[in-house]
Design a binder for this molecule. Sequence first.
Ligand code: UD1
Ligand code: UDP
Length: 380
Amino acid sequence: MPKILLIFGTRPEAIKMAPVYKILKDSSEFETKVAVTAQHREMLDQVLKLFNITPDYDLNLMTPRQTLQDLTSRALLGLSEVLEDCQPDLVLVHGDTTTTFVGALAAFYKKIPVGHVEAGLRTRNKYSPWPEEMNRRLTGALTDLHFAPTKTSRENLLREGVLPENIFVTGNTVIDALYYTVRENYRFAPELEAILNRPGRIILMTTHRRENWGEPLKNIYRGLLKVLEEAADVRVIFPVHKNPVVREAVREVIGEHPRVHLVEPLDYEPFANLMARSYLVLTDSGGIQEEAPSLGKPVLVLRDTTERPEAVEAGTVRLIGSGTEAVYKNLKELLFDESSYRKMANAINPYGDGKASLRIYRALKYYYKIDSSPPEEFSL
Ligand code: UD1
Ligand code: UDP
């Protein structure tokens, strides 16, 4: 029985790997193991608990204000020991984090094949997102099986010389996780329920990208506060990333505001259901750019580039950068111009149909010659 080791370490990787883990763990064809670097700690544990995942290996690497260099070197040594002990036949990594790249590198050093979930997304700008664009490209160079979420991501890989037979277009597993989690009758914890029960519209907001650390974050918050002065019915729910760099900027510019509810990072279940209940989403997150469109929520993306062009092309996501005026103007437009809002508030599913993990499972069976044909690919 092939032994598959899933390696991940941050909140978004865990959310997007959970459906893959479930299907492999329940299968009779594979032995499935999980190693977490715990590049994130609390934010990872929230997801492990929700999806009932008990890691076989936990490197517990996170330190406050960890640097890329320090985390990378400690993860490489830690994961190499895990591979030595576990002896997997294949390693599965996800996305573009330090854990992803180092997981693939550690596997390569041991000549273990690598499967890359969410492969092929590109901005083609080495420094944006930084370091994620290069993490994803370097992981791609070390990968044997590329699970590309969309046709666009497959084309990116083909252009780089990846052989077509090594690419499977699966859809993004984030949509599998979302379908599993969002329910119409979802009940929030009392504090959130109380905020939601007040009249008015809700903006759901998150920020964390390295490119936005410092002045850009502050400018974003200034733009938000400016529009709140004019939009008296609007409340903001802002689950603040655990990163102290983000928290300092929030404290300095937003401080205490009666209509900005600063909360701890939410568990994925309330967060996803809150997205479904909000009026619009303001974020620099990658995953949220994929989730919110499928819930019909306009997304203003606080970045200059995106490796996820599909929803931008479909018109439900808009890249606005991180300037105070851009944040103010775009929010104002969506809050006060009904027709602009309606144009963006369309439910579209360019990223998946909820069957991505099933396709990955089938592709693995095909790779191991358990199945004679590859899975049907995801198409819109
Ligand atoms: C990382 C990923 C980024 C991903 C993001 C998701 C890299 C280089 N970056 O960025 O691609 O979009 O995760 O959120 O891999 N912290 C805690 N508790 C937690 C999590 C983080 O206290 O549960 C704090 C720690 O002080 C930690 C810091 O946040 O040192 C930064 O964490 P890190 O994983 O290095 O960077 P992120 O900005 O979270
Ligand atoms: N998310 C969450 N709780 C929060 C904020 C976000 O569960 O308080 C989820 C969100 O639904 C998405 C993922 O975390 O699935 C995105 O993570 P993040 O923005 O940290 O990373 P990125 O996607 O940018 O790599």
